[in-house]
Design a protein around this ligand. Structure first.
Ligand code: ARG
Length: 263
């Protein structure tokens, strides 16, 4: 009887794990379906941001348009809250995560990444005239971050109190209206969002000079998507090597830091 129960359990386990694997994107599944479905949180200029017509545009979207063309499939962009993307990728709801993902050891336990295509850092943003002048002044202050990001991780690791928001727009609003003392966010996005804010008539924001981390950006995939990662890696690496990626940063007016400069 025991043996029989064991057999049934093993059989069930095999069926379930095969079903789970079947959901994960592969090069063949993408080519067969004729589309590459990416999940993106479009609140992260210049990498991905929502346009007036509801479409998503930015450096990573341009990279993925080129990738899809090379693979001979159409690009489908699903707009997903940042903190839900990796789970959706892992359970096969999307083929990959394209959302300014920093490669971290923790994330690598759950997903696969391409090679990094650029480097970024966390930055501190405050309202102009605020007493916070550097990282040293953050102790005991309340900081807004986007939920599930490395900004959140950085703040928690440093023992700061945080308010986590689903979107960067709300994290920015929190510092603007004084709900929090500072906002921690990736540097290039900080530069874009602060410039957009400061072009208006309201309160001005400033980015403090401390660059607090070094974070390689890459694209995320479910474990099991190895051949898809390999194919896309090859395309993106070629775009880094021939200067296409740098040209895209130029197009969006953002400074480019090559991943090679980390070595
Ligand atoms: N680089 C950071 C991270 O990996 C933030 C990414 C936020 N992306 C976005 N599309 N809102 O956690």
């Amino acid at each position: 009887m025991k043996k029989f129960v064991c057999f049934v359990l093993c059989a069930l386990l095999t069926v379930f794990s095969c079903a789970a694997l079947a959901d994960v994107a592969t090069l063949t599944s993408v080519k067969d379906s004729g589309e590459l479905v990416i999940a993106s949180s479009p609140d992260f200029p210049p990498f991905e941001s929502l346009q007036g017509d509801g479409s998503v545009a930015g450096i990573e979207i341009d990279i993925m348009e080129a990738v899809a063309e090379k693979l001979g499939v159409k690009l489908t962009i699903e707009q997903v809250n940042f903190d839900s993307i990796l789970l959706g990728v892992m359970n096969g709801s999307y083929d990959m995560g394209v959302s300014g993902f920093s490669v971290t050891e923790e994330r690598k336990k759950n997903v696969l990444f391409t090679d990094p295509y650029c480097l970024a850092a966390q930055a501190i943003v405050v309202v102009e005239g605020n007493a916070i002048a550097s990282k040293a002044d953050l102790d005991g202050k309340l900081i807004s971050v986007q939920s599930g990001t490395t900004a959140e991780l950085f703040c928690l690791q440093n023992g700061y109190s945080i308010d986590a928001y689903t979107t960067n727009v709300d994290a920015e609003l929190a510092v603007m209206n004084g709900t929090v003392d500072a906002w921690v966010i990736d540097d290039l996005t900080a530069a874009e969002m602060v410039a957009a804010n400061n072009a208006g008539n309201g309160k001005k924001l400033v980015i403090l000079p401390d660059a607090m981390t070094t974070e390689p950006y890459a694209f995320a995939f479910a474990k099991g998507s190895d051949d898809l990662v390999e194919a896309i890696n090859e395309i993106v690496n070629a775009m880094v090597a021939d200067g296409t990626v740098k040209a895209l940063f130029d197009k969006y007016g953002a400074p480019y830091t090559s991943p090679a400069s980390a070595n």
